[in-house]
Structure formats: C-alpha cells, structure tokens
Design a protein around this ligand. Structure first.
Ligand code: BG6
Ligand code: MG
Length: 218
C-alpha cells in the first residue's frame, strides 16, 4: 500500500482562526467575559464545547448545561455568518499544488478535523469533492488529542495508520496523530512543535521531492 496524507482543516487548508476569534469575542463581550487572542490560541484543535469551557474559565458566574448549549449555539451562529464569506481564494498557499501532486501520484488524501462546520467550509472553498475521505467533528466522540479522528480517516481510506502522514497546525492535533501511530508534519503554529516528526512554516515551503522521500520512508 501507498502512503496516505490526512489534513487537518482549520489552520492547514484555510485560516479560520480569525473567524473563531471574532465569534468567541462577540459572545464573550455580550456575556461580559474577558477574552483575548491568547485564550483563543488555546482553542486550536479543541472541540466547540471544550472551547466554551475554556472561555467560561473567565466567567464570574456558573452556567447551567442548558445555558452552555445556548452559548455554544450562539457562537456557532456568529461563526457560520463569518465563514459564509470564505471563497476558494482563502485556500492557504501551497495547498492546491500539493493536493494535485498527491493525486497525480495516486496517494490518497483525507480531512481529519474536529470541526462540525467542515462540510460548510469545504463547500465554500470549492473542495467538497477533492478528498477520498472526510472525518470531522460530526463523526467522532473524542476530540483531539484523542486519535479517533485520524484512525477513522485511515480506516475510511483503507490505509494502515503506520503509512499515514498527518498535517497539523495545533499541538492537540500533533498529539492525536502520534497517538494514532502516524507521522506528523507540523505547519504554522505547530512548526515549532518539537514532538512533530517534521516541521515546515507553510505548505508553500514544502518541496515535492522532500515530501515524496518522507512519504516513502515508512
Ligand atoms: C477545530 C478548530 O478545527 O474545530 C477549533 O481548530 C474549533 O478552534 C473546533 O473549536 C470545533 O469547531 P466547530 O466548527 O465545530 O465549532
Ligand atoms: Mg487546526
């Protein structure tokens, strides 16, 4: 079997960080809860409800489960408003040529994302039909750093975990990939993660020759 590549979505294929930030910030401001970019950074790769729990660390009163669900829904409505604006031009540099190369070489590609909004985002980017498998927040019980999302993607592709390479921008995602027994390329904010098997600042910096060697070295 050939290697397969599993891409995280947020922060790897498209930068939705600012949309998440704006949506959480709007919610937090309305609730009178302090929120900043540093707190936002802790939400990378983390599920919506776990993100909310982090946001609520700064709340000055407890919220019931019903209230928490309503807050998460409200944040998501704000977020979906913002991601409606995404277009294929928002695909991050280096992504398209890389997907094309992988396809040319018959290497399977998948999405492994914690986001329940993955279908909408992929559709807005014009990438809805580009991947051999998509496993997202709607399909999993345990979010990263649990390996479930990547193991499910490998299963769907029919490729053993040891032959899968994950591309991740979040520390939680790097841990999830390692826990799945996969090698992981850290990009963006994970480019400084020493646990990653290999790191690049941006997928635009990844030479096909180097990547091909890395994929073959299983
Ligand atoms: C991840 C993002 O991909 O998805 C997180 O990195 C986000 O920041 C998580 O919280 C869940 O997203 P959603 O779209 O299901 O609220
Ligand atoms: Mg990410």
């Amino acid at each position: 079997t050939k290697a397969a590549v599993i891409f995280d979505l947020d922060g790897v294929i498209v930068s939705t960080d600012d949309c998440h930030y704006k949506a959480w910030k709007r919610l937090a401001d309305e609730e009178g809860i302090y929120f900043d970019k540093e707190i936002n950074h802790r939400l990378r790769g983390v599920s919506r409800m776990e993100s909310l729990a982090i946001v609520l660390e700064r709340a000055n009163r407890p919220y019931t489960m019903e209230e928490q669900q309503a807050l998460a829904d409200r944040k998501n409505a704000y977020y979906r408003e913002l991601i409606q604006e995404l277009t294929p031009e928002h695909i991050l540099p280096g992504v398209r040529p890389l997907l094309e190369r992988l396809k040319q070489h018959g290497i399977k590609i998948a999405i492994g994302s914690s986001s329940k909004n993955s279908p909408l985002i992929l559709e807005r980017l014009g990438l809805a039909d580009e991947f051999d498998a998509v496993v997202d927040g709607n399909a999993i019980k345990n979010s990263k750093p649990h390996p479930e999302v990547f193991l499910r993607a490998a299963e769907k592709l029919g490729v053993p975990a040891a032959q899968c390479v994950v591309v991740e921008d979040a520390d939680a995602g790097v841990e999830a990939a390692l826990a799945a027994g996969m090698r992981v390329i850290g990009v963006g904010t994970a480019a400084s993660n020493e646990r990653a098997t290999w790191t690049v600042a941006s997928l635009a910096d990844l030479s096909w020759e180097d990547l091909a060697k890395f994929l073959a070295a299983v």
